[in-house]
Design a protein around this ligand. Structure first.
Ligand SMILES: [Zn+2]
Length: 150
């Protein structure tokens, strides 16, 4: 059944309620205590923007290299990196570790996205064992045929 609900924010929104009459009543009552959809989205966006600007300020002193990946990956990874680094900077000891320094040099957008849900300590551990493709290549023995050619 469709029902017009006046939400806590004062906006009206039509909801399609299902179930028994008693369930619909309960749902309708609960909905009146919540914000309407557009207020909810606005609030969430504002909170995200606030968090992003807080993170940005917290890591403004870091000289971060640009990330690599597709446009979408870079945009996503940039905010993932900002929120992780901001949290790490706030921890008294994390900022001085080698793993943290390694974190700063990881420019692979995919790496940040893959590890977005890791707790900070795990992120540092993972970063500590991270080898960028260039250093892997550097560590590889040069095939002898190349020696001869050179
Ligand atoms: Zn509203």
């Amino acid at each position: 059944m469709e029902q017009r609900i006046t939400h806590a924010c004062g906006h009206e929104q039509t909801h399609y309620l299902t179930g028994f009459a008693s369930q619909q009543d309960r749902k309708a009552r609960w909905l009146t205590t919540t914000k309407c959809r557009s207020c909810f989205i606005t609030e969430k966006k504002t909170a995200q923007a606030d968090a992003a600007s807080r993170d940005g300020a917290a890591i403004a002193h870091l000289d971060l290299p640009p990330l690599t990946g597709s446009e979408r990956q870079v945009a996503w990874a940039t905010s993932v990196r900002a929120s992780h680094l901001a949290a790490l900077v706030a921890e008294p000891d994390a900022g001085n570790t080698g793993a943290f320094q390694t974190c700063l040099t990881i420019t692979d957008g995919k790496w940040w996205i893959d590890h977005r849900d890791l707790p900070n300590t795990d992120l540092l551990t993972t970063a500590g064992s991270y080898l960028c493709p260039a250093s892997i290549a550097a560590a590889m023995p040069v095939p002898s045929c190349l020696h001869r050619a050179a």
